[in-house]
Design a protein around this ligand. Sequence first.
Ligand code: PEP
Ligand code: MN
Length: 336
Amino acid sequence: MIIQVKKDINEEQQQQIFKTITDVGYTPRLIQTQLGAYIIGTGKGKFDIRRMGNLPGVLDIHRVTDNFKLVSRMWKVKDTAVDLGDGVSIGRDDFTIMAGPCSVESTSQTLQTAIHLQENGLRMMRGGVFKPRSSPYSFRGAGMEGLKEMAEICRKHEIKIVTEVMELSQIDQMYDYVDIFQVGARNSQNFNLLDALGKVDKPVLLKRGMSGTIDELLQSAEYIFYAGNEKIILCERGIRTHENAYRNTLDLNAVPILKEKSHLPVIVDPSHGIGIRRFVEPMALAAVMAGADGIILEVHDTPEKALSDGQQTLSFDEARNLYQKANQTYQFLKNL
Ligand code: PEP
Ligand code: MN
């Protein structure tokens, strides 16, 4: 069960609710987020939830049987919108396109990307500075210097930044320069990292693990919410299957299923999802039709020279064409 309580609930009210929950054989836990306060009761057996509805401090009470609760649609029917300020919001009534290089490489690349995004009305740049690479010999990112420069350029162009955080110690260093912390596929079940991001008051873009189920993704999101951060965006980026005709199997089935199970926004990464430049567009448009709240794309001024993932990266011209088609597809879907 989830009990929404007043954010300023006092000790006495909390104890009374805890006692009522314990009396029916359930275990109570208080969750305080930046936006609200909740008491979760876990346990087995049936009881009449009405006996808790009238307790002082209680705003609302819901029976939630999922093993993820706070991110479940069972208590929050309305879509969650993640507000980034300055008129940028993800989910609910908005369709968001985030784009940028796989890796932040140079000043001129970041500047050209910022200009490209601004010209096309996009407000979010992606770009990794700490890169999880399969081989230690590959380019592993420009680090904090790259991020600081990215932040300086993006702020001038009124563009928000989404970038991957790979480990706990990076959170504090990155905090001032990041608008959304990205948790990559390889860290999707790094529970210590998820706990720590739950204590941060900036949104988290949580990618599905390569072998993660939909349920596991939602439980990872639950970690972040449980630790105090409600601003979560889910991202389908493809899973590893027996198929090797492309990089990953982009599981677009996950989009309607995630949206039915959870109130959180769901975006799709077709770049990593298929890994082949010429097929990024059809998969991006398919993601829109599947009901995604946004897409995240790899773009580069000269993709063939990119230091990572050039094979799946769109040129600015290809990207511009796709932004228009994706927005048109979203409008078409809305008007169906
Ligand atoms: C990325 O988006 O830069 C990335 C590394 O993606 P993923 O974690 O999905 O592999
Ligand atoms: Mn990449």
